[in-house]
Write a new protein. Structure first.
Length: 686
């Protein structure tokens, strides 16, 4: 929207803005006048932890306990300040009552601003002081300044004492807990010590660590000896296998010199065998093979050979070297078995030592832990006792609440309330004016009429209530006379190509001023020396005779009914050049009478006798008579009432005129309110 357009809207709706402004300002004044005075004062506390206790404990060589108080942030402190326990104690100390009973804590907490202002009573609330994160401002307000001061200071003192008592209670609880744990840990410590002594007596081991090292050393030596024995066994087995392979290669019929050397019996048998073979060879030379001597020698040879083979077999199985190797191998294997038995024995002892060592380690660890716990608890017990005796408050009162000035209450602030009421009134008024303007569907300015495609012939200002809308007795230089002179000239310029002697005047709905405009247009044209006739063609609600105080017993309807002639119905005593024909008695069927051939002939007859003929027709949305009459006349004028005719009705009228093919010369904006707009700036120029 343009600023000028918005200003025009605000000027048109100025009474809405003024009324809203007055209502809000008056309400603010009354509201401030009836509210009781409220006094406000504040106390400030510091929630930053103090190092005094820590310094003292360090001087005594004690560790500083955990500063749990620091873990509380400012928001938590503010919530705790207005918690029920604190407020209950304050209410009891100050005996704050509502009616006949003590107030409830929730009644002491400040409600929303309007509620607390309408129903004043003692309230308390807290907030941080500026941007500080360690300073809390406790504010109390009420109708009694002394009560507000006592309330703010009492809340601060009560909270400081509450936190101090809470800290002491924490130390007392910690001390009780430490004592209980100390007795339990002491008993556990003594039990572990007794069990450790009993274990040492049962095992009989003076130094378990030394015994374990000795056992491990013995096992290592045995394993080394075992490895050496296994190596010797492998060598003996290889030597034994070598002897066996050599004996397998030895033939029972072949007797080596080594065998003969090693076994004299075999050597003797071999000698005897050789002798017998020599004798047999000599005998066979001299005697036949079948000879008995040869047979006997052969038998003896076979017997010796058999015996020799048995001796060789016996030699193979009882070789001295083989027996020596076998004996050596058996000894090594027996030694290996003994070594394994010793290893198993010592490993069994070592496993037993491991179990003893594990249990002993458990007991030693348990003993060490319980001893340390016992020592720590003794130290903590001492520290808690000292801390309890030196407990200092970590919340300090920075400044106490001052007594408010009796003549300077914090609220109500009348000047501020009035200013806020004025601002609110203006905002509400402007918003309401713009809302009403947006919801208002009526035509207000010539631009609104032009948006629908109508040609603006002129506008007529709205008359004051005591002023007559007719220009019959007004100065020709008056604003209203100038308005109709402008409309008349616009009508001439709009019809330069043709001579307009007659035109009808209609409107959207009734009471929009078409009859007044018809009369004033007739007067304005008659003042130019022309003969003008105005006919009241509104046969449903005629008003022409009422405006001019004329007799309506004869008129248009009596002429059309052929009861009177034209001259008998015309009133020409209004002003020079102006004649009036009233509607006459109302007919039963006005539409049929208007559409009759007699009506058309009458209008043409009047057009011949007068310079200008003006027809006052019914509204377009009420009847179709205006369309019928507009086709008989040269043109039609359309009257729009400012701030009454709606845009939706204009849309309907435009559609009716287009469908009826009416020659519309233009529109006249009637009852236009003269305001700050540019359309009215020329009305009061003179």
């Amino acid at each position: 929207m343009e600023i000028k357009y918005i200003l025009d809207i605000l000027w048109r709706r100025k009474w809405i803005i003024i009324l809203s402004f007055l209502i809000c300002v008056s309400t603010a004044i009354l509201f401030s006048s009836f509210l009781p005075p409220i006094y406000k004062t504040s106390s400030v506390i510091l929630v930053e932890s103090s190092d005094a206790l820590s310094n003292i404990m360090v001087d005594f060589g004690l560790s500083v306990p955990n500063k749990s108080e620091n873990k509380l942030d400012v928001e938590t402190h503010m919530e705790m300040i207005v918690a029920d326990p604190i407020l209950e104690q304050v209410i009891y100390d100050l005996q704050l009552r509502k009616k006949n009973s003590l107030m409830l804590p929730k009644q002491l907490i400040k409600n929303p601003l309007i509620v607390s202002s309408i129903f004043p009573k003692p309230y308390v609330y807290c907030d941080t002081l500026g941007r500080s994160e360690v300073l809390i401002k406790i504010t109390a307000e009420g109708t009694d300044p002394q009560q507000a001061q006592m309330l703010a200071n009492s809340v601060a003192d009560t909270y400081i004492k509450s936190r101090l008592n809470s800290l002491k209670q924490e130390y007392r609880s910690a001390k009780t807990f430490v004592k209980t744990q100390l007795s339990l840990v002491k008993k556990e410590y003594l039990d572990v010590l007794a069990e450790l002594r009993s274990f040492s007596d049962e095992t009989g081991i003076v130094n378990l660590e030394t015994e374990t090292k000795n056992a491990i050393s013995k096992i290592a030596a045995l394993y080394q000896k075992k490895e050496e024995t296994l190596t010797k066994i492998s060598e003996a087995k290889a030597e034994h296998q070598l002897h066996l392979d050599r004996l397998k290669e030895l033939d029972n019929d072949q007797i080596t010199s080594s065998v003969l050397t090693e076994n004299p019996q075999i050597m003797q048998l071999q000698k005897n065998l050789n002798d017998l073979l020599a004798d047999l060879a000599a005998s066979q030379v001299e005697k036949r093979p079948e000879h008995s001597d040869n047979i006997i020698l052969q038998g003896r040879i076979n017997s010796i050979r058999k015996n020799l083979q048995e001796q060789v077999k016996l030699y193979k199985s009882s070789s001295p070297d083989l027996q020596e190797v076998q004996t050596k191998l058996a000894g090594l294997e027996a030694q290996l078995v003994a070594i394994n038995q010793d290893i198993e024995k010592h490993e069994k002892f070592n496993r037993l030592f491991s179990e003893y060592n594990f249990k002993n380690s458990q007991l030693e660890l348990q003993y060490k832990v319980t001893r340390e716990r016992y020592s720590d608890l003794l130290k903590i017990s001492n520290e808690v006792g000292v801390a309890e005796a030196m407990t200092l408050s970590k919340i300090q009162l920075v400044s106490a609440a001052a007594l408010p000035n009796l003549f300077e209450p914090s609220s109500p602030k009348k000047a501020v309330n009035v200013i806020l009421g004025a601002i609110l009134g203006l905002l509400c008024g402007i918003s309401t004016a713009l809302l009403v303007e947006n919801l208002d569907d009526t035509i207000k300015t010539p631009d609104d009429v032009k948006k629908f495609g109508f040609v603006m012939l002129g506008l007529v200002a709205k008359c004051k209530r005591r002023d007559t809308p007719l220009i019959l007795e007004k100065d020709p230089k008056s604003v209203q006379c100038e308005s109709y002179r402008t409309i008349k000239n616009s009508l001439k310029f709009a019809s330069l190509d043709r001579n307009i002697k007659s035109f009808s005047i209609t409107s959207t709905n009734g009471s929009e001023g078409k009859t007044t405009i018809a009369i004033n247009m007739g007067i304005s044209i008659a003042r130019e020396g022309k003969k003008v006739l105005i006919i009241d063609c509104d046969l449903r609600k005629p008003k022409l005779h009422a405006y001019l105080s004329l007799d309506n017993t004869r008129g248009l309807t009596t002429i059309l009914a052929e009861q009177t002639n034209l001259d008998d119905t015309i009133h020409d005593d209004i002003t020079e050049g102006l004649s009036i024909m009233t509607s006459g008695p109302l007919p039963p069927d006005p539409g049929k009478l208007i559409e009759s051939h007699q009506a058309k002939q009458l209008i043409h007859s009047c057009m011949d006798r007068y310079d200008t003929l003006i027809l006052d027709t019914p509204p377009l949305l009420a009847a179709n008579d205006a369309i019928v009459l507009s086709k008989i006349t040269d043109s039609c004028l359309f009257v729009v009432e400012s701030n009454r005719t709606t845009r939706s009705s204009l849309i309907q009228v435009k559609d009716i005129l287009e469908r009826g093919e009416v020659q519309l010369m233009g529109a006249i904006l009637n009852k236009f309110k003269a305001n700050r707009s540019s359309y009215s700036s020329g009305y009061y120029y003179y």
